[in-house]
Design a protein around this ligand. Structure first.
Ligand SMILES: Cc1cc2nc3c(=O)[nH]c(=O)nc-3n(C[C@H](O)[C@H](O)[C@H](O)COP(=O)(O)OP(=O)(O)OC[C@H]3O[C@@H](n4cnc5c(N)ncnc54)[C@H](O)[C@@H]3O)c2cc1C
Length: 465
């Protein structure tokens, strides 16, 4: 954060180009849902995204599928996120639709269709969209953000909003505003990065037959082990995390790891992009040589950026911890439910994955307070950077959850804008009611908190007694 003197000089020099009620930084799953929810609930909303399209990791990094929307028995993630999933299925062509219409778990991503679906959803909601724009500075006055400095082809400008939603995945806005944050594990370890890719020229039938004959689960473990033994693939995880069939000939891969990548450092992102593309060449050789059905494949696209699973986690009013996950806790201020497993990829080639599932049909609550960053009143964080410990981040981080958190952040922002208040003054029961009315699912019996300010006060009082 800059000194007050520097901030005053910045604000007087830069043109103020936008003054919306709500600004959303980042157009990934959480940012799209946040912008749609804020705008359709009456707030003038500006969504800022550094790329020329929406979708974040799901499009820019070619993550090949949506994680489950269900707890194994029923949809847990509904609302905006579920609508967007269904729209993508419908828009991706008859074959894709027929194959996926009844699926809510691991639905493959048709990336170009998804970009378009997101554009349309944001435009239909009435939000404004600004692509090719990076936010790089925040003006703070006490506990309030007064402005966001953005940079694009038109130059540097100032955006002055009433409320700010950080959906950057990396908590960029929060970090620029001086919000404290945590990163990775106790030794600074981070989940690895992955350069996902799309191939064409595959033969799904032949591949399925091969899986059947070799009794493999779809993870290609045997072929990977053999290729590693022959030096055709690097050591590390034995499984392909995900093969998603977009059609009978086109498949998306989430395969292999690049270690030691801090996604908030440009140098690390650069090295990882180069290493990721190098690794894909070895993986293509592996697929053509070892995997029936992939002998003729061509690479059509690799991620515009390396896929990043983990960077900053803000310090918020509540930190969601692994005990909450395991005990399937419900909170008074739940704004979503999560049933996805703890899915922490290995931090180096010799360590192991951490995986922990909840029982079928069960979930835990995601409290509103874990989106509220310490020290700032008009900022909320949605998506993979919310306040949690590392194991819970390994579960919360997936796209369906990001949609749900984003939607709650957007509705809360619209309510705060109407009331001329900060995020902690939002009536939580009203927020929960609106979310439910608009299609979200908050469990069988959502809590009944008052406002977060009142809840925080009561918890502080309880702690003292
Ligand atoms: C390799 C890999 C595999 C995964 N597999 C799955 C899977 O199978 N299914 C699943 O559901 N999830 C999966 N995930 C997790 C999931 O994709 C991400 O955690 C999720 O997309 C996070 O959403 P988000 O909205 O928080 O952030 P992101 O998707 O990262 O979106 C953030 C957006 O903000 C923009 N942005 C960031 N900083 C700035 C800035 N300063 N100025 C302007 N714009 C900015 C970015 O360009 C981006 O568009 C995977 C992730 C990875 C990396």
């Amino acid at each position: 954060m800059d000194s007050i003197g520097e901030q005053v000089s910045i604000s007087s020099q830069l043109p103020v180009t936008y003054e919306p009620d709500v600004v959303v930084l980042g157009g990934g799953a959480s940012g799209v849902a946040a912008a749609v929810a804020a705008a359709r609930n009456g707030a003038s909303t500006l969504l800022i995204e550094q790329r020329g399209y929406l979708g974040g990791m799901g499009t820019a990094a070619l993550v090949p599928a949506f994680c489950p929307y269900t707890d194994g028995e029923k949809p847990v993630i509904r609302g905006v996120g579920l609508t967007l999933l269904e729209r993508m299925k419908e828009a991706a062509g008859e074959e894709f639709y027929q194959r996926n219409k009844d699926k809510l778990n691991w639905v493959p991503i048709d990336v170009e269709t998804l970009k378009w679906v997101y554009d349309e959803a944001v435009m239909d909601s009435g939000a404004s969209l600004l692509f090719h724009t990076v936010a790089d500075q925040v003006l703070v006055n006490g506990e309030r953000i007064e402005g966001l400095v953005i940079s694009n082809k038109s130059g540097r400008q100032l955006v002055k909003a009433k409320l700010y939603i950080d959906a950057s995945g990396d908590a960029d806005l929060a970090a620029l505003a001086g919000v404290p944050f945590l990163t990775g594990g106790e030794q600074g370890e981070l989940q690895p990065a992955t350069m996902c890719f799309l191939v064409t020229g595959a033969n799904r039938q032949r591949f399925d037959q091969y899986l059947k004959e070799t009794e493999q689960s779809g993870q290609l473990e045997k072929a990977v082990v053999e290729a590693q033994r022959n030096g055709d693939l690097p050591e590390g995880r034995k499984k392909v995390s995900g093969i998603a069939w977009i059609s009978d000939t086109v498949a998306g891969f989430n395969f292999g790891h690049i270690f030691g990548v801090d996604g908030t450092k440009a140098e690390d992102l650069t090295r990882a992009a180069i290493e990721g593309r190098r690794l894909i060449q070895r993986q293509l050789h592996f697929l053509r040589k070892y995997v029936p059905g992939f002998e003729q494949v061509h690479l059509v696209h690799s991620g515009d950026q390396i896929g990043i699973r983990e960077t900053r986690r803000i310090v918020g009013d509540y930190q969601l911890v692994v005990e909450d996950f395991l005990s399937m806790r419900t909170f008074e201020d739940d704004i979503a439910r999560n049933s996805y497993f703890i899915d922490i990829h290995l931090a180096n080639a010799n360590s192991t994955m951490t995986v922990k599932h909840l029982p079928k049909g069960r979930s835990h609550g995601v409290p509103y307070r874990c989106m509220l960053p310490k020290g700032i009143t008009n900022l909320i964080v949605a998506g993979r950077a919310v306040s949690s410990d590392r194991p819970v981040q390994g579960s919360l981080r997936v796209m369906p959850n990001c949609f749900a958190m984003g939607e709650a952040a957007g509705v809360a922002a619209s309510m705060a804008a109407k009331a001329g208040a900060g995020f902690r003054e939002v009536s939580v029961p009203q927020l929960q009611r609106t979310l439910i009315e608009q299609g979200a699912w908050l469990g069988e019996k959502p809590g009944t908190a008052d406002t977060v300010a009142a809840l925080n006060e009561r918890i502080r009082f309880d702690d003292e007694t």
